[in-house]
Structures are given as structure tokens and as C-alpha cells.
Design a protein around this ligand. Sequence first.
Ligand code: NIG
Ligand code: FE
Length: 389
Amino acid sequence: MSSTAITGIATLVTNDPSLGGSPLGRIRDAAVVIDGDRVVWTGASGKAPATDHRVDAAGRTVVPGFVDSHSHLVFAGDRTDEFNARMSGRPYGAGGIRTTVAATRAASDAELEANLTRLLTEALRQGTTTMETKSGYGLTPEDEARALRLAARHTDEVTYLGAHVVAPEYADDPAGYVDLVTGRMLDACAPHARWIDVFCERGAFDGDQARAVLTAGRARGLHPRVHANQLTHGPGVRLAVELDAASADHCTHLTDADVDALAGGRTVATLLPGAEFSTRAPWPDARRLLDAGVTVALSTDCNPGSSFTSSVPFCIALAVRDMGMTPDEALWSATAGGAAALRRTDVGRLVPGARADLVLLDAPSHVHLAYRPGVPLVTGVWRRGVRVL
Ligand code: NIG
Ligand code: FE
């Protein structure tokens, strides 16, 4: 194994709260030492131990690799026309998902995997070193299992979302579809996934159906996460907390009872501002959640319908500008927050023992992620200790 010291870092964000100051655990004029795939040391640049290699950050910023805990990358096709129509005033609805289902079913494994790796590479270049991704555009046992198998070749964070919408073949029999999702489809999918998700929303699955899906998945060893309260108020958030889901995702329309439930449980609220941006929806109120003591994650929701961005820096900028987050909070949520939403402690922070997933920003501080929106500030990425950019 070889060791590398990155020295001359103007600001190193560790997310180690024991360093004091803020949850970001900032070290000025810092160095970080990597050995193999792990971080082994952080501290003042001048005190860095001897290593095999040295990289001079030359006054730039190092932050933990982004943890994007919510995406839908196994799909084929394109929904430019739907986006165009929305920008002329048509509202977003769950029905557009079926367009992608048809294209995904028709695609070969090679086509799906090529699109998946293209998007993962795109995200990596923008600093994402951990990415969750879901099925949900197959909606048959074979097509859902295929999506999960392909995803599992590229990430450990794989989510079974057979309950994305009712499959077209079951349009007149939603109960029959829930039986399929919790029966034969679950049998085919459980071996390939870590998580189970459901789109709990008007036009998708109601609270009872969502509960049936999540409890069936849990009985098979999959841990719940929920698409909750995206388009309307509904039971999703409270169901997520009740079932100790790792995350309730979207959280755009919340009652006080929803916020109280999140504040009283372990479930992370994952906010996905790319979706509000691309659907011209009201922004989720991050300030309200943070002030209530809720743990907030920030992710892209990258998918061809509601949020076709793979850029965590873009989501950070939106969260700061429009959702009431400070730049510090937004960065924490996109790193340690994402890790919490995946119940991980080995990523999302740069402390001895953590995975050496680092991003070098061409900026004197992380605040530039919001201050300079749309500017490609990511100039270096290490994943598992290997420099990939
Ligand atoms: O998280 N809301 C449900 N699923 C996706 C959108 C999927 C689509 O429109 O294709 C989301 O926004
Ligand atoms: Fe989603």
C-alpha cells in the first residue's frame, strides 16, 4: 500500500464535530494523509508525516466526496418533450414515469449499463464518490431484477423500487400489482438490493399500500426508505418514521405533525431541489426542518423525468439560494447527511479510518460551491484512495 499526503489545503472540511467551531470540523492550512483506501491522518500542513507521495493543494479546498443518497440511474430514453411542455405550464405528474418504463423495457442490458456508467462518471467528475441508485423503470419481476443486477455491479447502495407506479398491465388492478411487488417481484429482487422504496403519493401508492410494500421488504432483509410528500401532503413521512426508514425523500409538503415526527425519530429528511427546479414546484423548507432538529440530506434525485441533473454542487447552490440553508449546512447535508441517509459512517467525513473519498475544489473555501453556481470547481477527486480526476 502506498501513502499520499495532500498538503497546502486552505480549508479542509472533515465533518468531525469534535474539532469544534461547526459541524464541518474545518482545519485551516491543513493536510490530509491517505494510506491505501483510508484516511489515516489530518492536521496542520506543516506537521504532516512523511509519505510515499505528496500533492500540493496550493491554497485550494478539500471536502469529503459527495454522498448522493437518491438517484434513479437505470433507465433508457429521454423526456425532453415532457420537460419542454412543463416549462410551458404543464404540471408534473407521476404518469410520466410510464414513458421511461416503456423505453427501459425495450433496451438491452448493454444499453442500460452504458447509460448508467455514463451518468456515474458524470457524477464522479462533479465530486460524487458514493451514489445510491434504484430500480423502478422495469415494473416486471424480470425487468426490476435486471435493473438491480446492473446497478449492483457499480454501487453497494441499491434500492428496489418496484412500487414506483402501478405497472401499465395492472392499471385496473392496483391491488394485484401490490401483491406482485410484495411477492414474486420481491423474490426476484431481494438478492440484489440493500433497500426497499415506495413512491407514496397520489397517483402512485397510498399509505396502506406503501406500508404493505415496506413491511414485506423488511421481512426479506431490505431496509425501508420512502418517496414521501413530494407532490402533496400525505402519509409518507409519518409512515417512514414509524417504520424507522433510513430516509424520507423529497419532504416538499410537510405538516407540523410531519416535522415533529421527523424530529422525534432517526429518519433523515432527504431534500432533492433538482426536482423542484425541474418541475417548477415550491421549494422544500429546509430551514424549518433544521430549526426543528431534523437531520437533513441533500441529493440529486437524478432521473430522466423530474430532475435530470447529476450535480450535487448545483443542488447545494439551490439549497442555499432557495431553501434557507447556509453554505455550511448544505455542504454537511450533501456529505455527512447523505451518509446518514444511507446509515453509513465510513463515508461523508474525513477522519482517520474513514474511506479516502475526497474532493479538491478550485476555491479558497467550500462557500464557493454556492457563491459560484454552475462553475466547475471540482478539480480533483480521490475515491477509495485512488485519484480518479
Ligand atoms: O423521485 N417521484 C418519483 N420518482 C422520481 C421521478 C421519476 C420520473 O418522473 O421518472 C422522483 O422525482
Ligand atoms: Fe426519486
